[in-house]
Design a protein around this ligand. Sequence first.
Ligand SMILES: Cc1cc2nc3c(=O)[nH]c(=O)nc-3n(C[C@H](O)[C@H](O)[C@H](O)COP(=O)(O)O)c2cc1C
Length: 199
Amino acid sequence: MLIGITLYTKQKQKIMKQFKIAVFVGSLRKESYNVKTAKALIALAPESLSFEIIDISSLPFFNEDLEATPPQEWLKLREQIKAADGVLFLTPEYNRSVPAVLKNAIDVGSRPYGQNSWNGKPGGVVSVSIGNISGFGANHHLRQSLVFVNVPAMAQPEAYIGDASRLFDDNGNLTNESTKEFLKDFALAFEKWVETNAK
Ligand SMILES: Cc1cc2nc3c(=O)[nH]c(=O)nc-3n(C[C@H](O)[C@H](O)[C@H](O)COP(=O)(O)O)c2cc1C
């Protein structure tokens, strides 16, 4: 009888386990397709993942001279990263690379030297573009930085969302069924990735 209760409790704890995911979006635009995609993905993801979109819009530019008395925004960002079990990036492509605002967040989180907040956090990358190359360049430039800050980024499925202006209705809801299916599968794979790799 006691064993039965213990097993039930263990099983229930496993079901209730939630992983905190910090979400970073590389666009500050009000009508951003990356933000809309992030929201759609969050809505389609399993309940075992809880998400917070981190505001990086007013993060001061990284400047090593400020490290002695770091801006509050830097300290807050570093704590938000450390508190997460995993990190998810949605990025537009700017001139075949990652927008400055996102790269800045990566740089701020990686310092001070020896105190890299990103270290070991399992990650995911989604690129979203109005073009049909689907942000491939940004997606892979981002992955290059993630290797260095030791974020193991899920390899498959890759997520390149192209022709983004055709996927949403006027209220910003994702209406394209195959993209919905894809994001659902992506979120399921990401859940497994985080569960396997979270510390
Ligand atoms: C400065 C700038 C550079 C851009 N460069 C690219 C590019 O290299 N490749 C691409 O597919 N789209 C490029 N675009 C178009 C963006 O993909 C498009 O504006 C996209 O909607 C931005 O994402 P958002 O809707 O989340 O803001 C560029 C846009 C801007 C503003």
